[in-house]
Write a protein that binds this ligand. Structure first.
Ligand SMILES: NC(=O)c1ccc[n+]([C@@H]2O[C@H](COP(=O)([O-])OP(=O)(O)OC[C@H]3O[C@@H](n4cnc5c(N)ncnc54)[C@H](OP(=O)(O)O)[C@@H]3O)[C@@H](O)[C@H]2O)c1
Length: 338
């Protein structure tokens, strides 16, 4: 197998590269050389995917059996369209990493792959889309939906769309699990979002990568939701964080009403918490049927803590700083809880 990974130097793209190399595949990567080092063993092509000349130069390094695209999270659809057009004749298949944010109903309703997707043209620029007052839908979701249409326009039945929810694991740069680990390590009374028994469905980056690599060699088409089939309760998640960090503390559960009275921002101030009923009701039966295997999340938590102890964070990233509640604000809410 000969594959091209768009990106390939950090988090999901890096995992995909490592796993493809471990299978003995020939791997080309394409990036600007800003976000991380090349994985040894790849053929690295430098360039900016928003620049037509760079894409032409990349195309001349092909052909490939498949392209796996992990690097379009900040791209408007028209840039994704330019890339798929430039590479259409050089690759048989395109595996596109998208997101559950493309669904109109997320996070309000249960989601399957047949749920309606936000409407965005495949050649839209960055101004297309809007974010609702409660954070749903998002401009990001519109843009990713337009990117999916761009890929489908060029590759038709020779593409798959992977729609993960939250991705955690070693080298996470967003800062969700790292924040909870740091907070439980500090110990004491830790503000936690009730109900404790609520199931959450994040997935391990290594499991998403394995499925993406499997899909590069497969012949399936269409979309796959990528969420943890069993998930873990918030209580189980925090218990595992306390266990691995040996933090001397305990969770103190606050009802959503109290958190909103104190204007706690969902998804960021208490990472992975969102009160909407459909947020973790994303069905991944199709992916499980086609080989998605998710390790227990306690393993993800332990391995992420081990990574933080060894390496810290890979690069500074603005999203890291968005996560976590200010200690004074947390103390005020804990005081209100008695
Ligand atoms: N993290 C999550 O929880 C989550 C959840 C759902 C979906 N997703 C999706 O998962 C995908 C993978 O995310 P990720 O965080 O691993 O990677 P990412 O941030 O989307 O991409 C980073 C990679 O792309 C390269 N890159 C960025 N801009 C480039 C450009 N203009 N030209 C060429 N290369 C460029 C970077 O290298 P250089 O900077 O060196 O160019 C780096 O290798 C994304 O599509 C994201 O939307 C993530």
């Amino acid at each position: 197998m000969r594959i091209l990974v768009m990106g390939g130097t950090w988090f999901l793209g890096k995992q995909i590269v490592q796993q493809a190399l471990a299978r003995g595949w020939d791997v080309t990567t394409f990036n600007r050389g800003r976000s991380g080092a090349d994985v040894p063993g790849v053929q690295a092509v430098r360039g900016d995917r928003t620049v037509a000349d760079d894409l032409s130069r990349l195309a001349s390094s092909g052909p490939w059996d498949a392209v796996v695209d992990t690097s379009s999270s900040e791209m408007p659809p028209r840039d994704v369209l330019r890339a798929v057009r430039a590479l259409r004749k050089r690759a048989r298949r395109w595996v596109h990493v998208s997101t559950v944010s493309v669904y109109q109903g997320w996070p309000h309703q249960p989601i399957t792959e047949t749920s309606p997707v936000l409407d965005c043209p495949p050649d839209a620029d960055e101004s297309f889309g809007w974010t609702g007052a409660d954070g749903s839908p998002t401009a990001y979701g519109f843009q990713k939906a337009g990117a999916e249409r761009a890929v489908q326009q060029a590759f038709g039945d020779s593409c798959v769309l992977l729609r993960p929810g939250a991705i955690l694991g070693p080298e996470e740069y967003v800062g969700r699990l790292p924040w909870w680990l740091a907070r439980t390590a500090r110990g004491g009374r830790v503000l936690a979002p009730a109900p404790a028994e609520r199931h959450i469905q994040p997935v391990d980056v290594r499991d998403v990568a394995r499925f993406a690599v499997d899909q590069a060699a497969a012949t399936s088409a269409g979309a796959y939701n990528i969420t943890h089939p069993e998930g873990i309760t918030f209580q189980g998640f925090l218990d595992a964080c306390f266990t691995v960090t040996r933090g001397p503390g305990r969770p103190v559960w606050a009802e959503p009403g109290l958190l909103s009275e104190h204007a706690v921002k969902q998804w960021t101030e208490l990472p992975l918490w969102r009160a909407h009923k459909g947020v973790w009701a994303v069905d991944s039966t199709r992916a499980a049927g086609d080989g998605l295997r998710c390790r227990p999340l306690v393993e993800t938590i332990a391995d992420t803590w081990a990574w933080l102890q060894d390496d810290g964070r890979p690069v500074d990233h603005p999203r890291w700083a968005e996560h976590g509640i200010d200690p004074d604000k947390e103390a005020k809410i804990l005081a209100a809880l008695g």
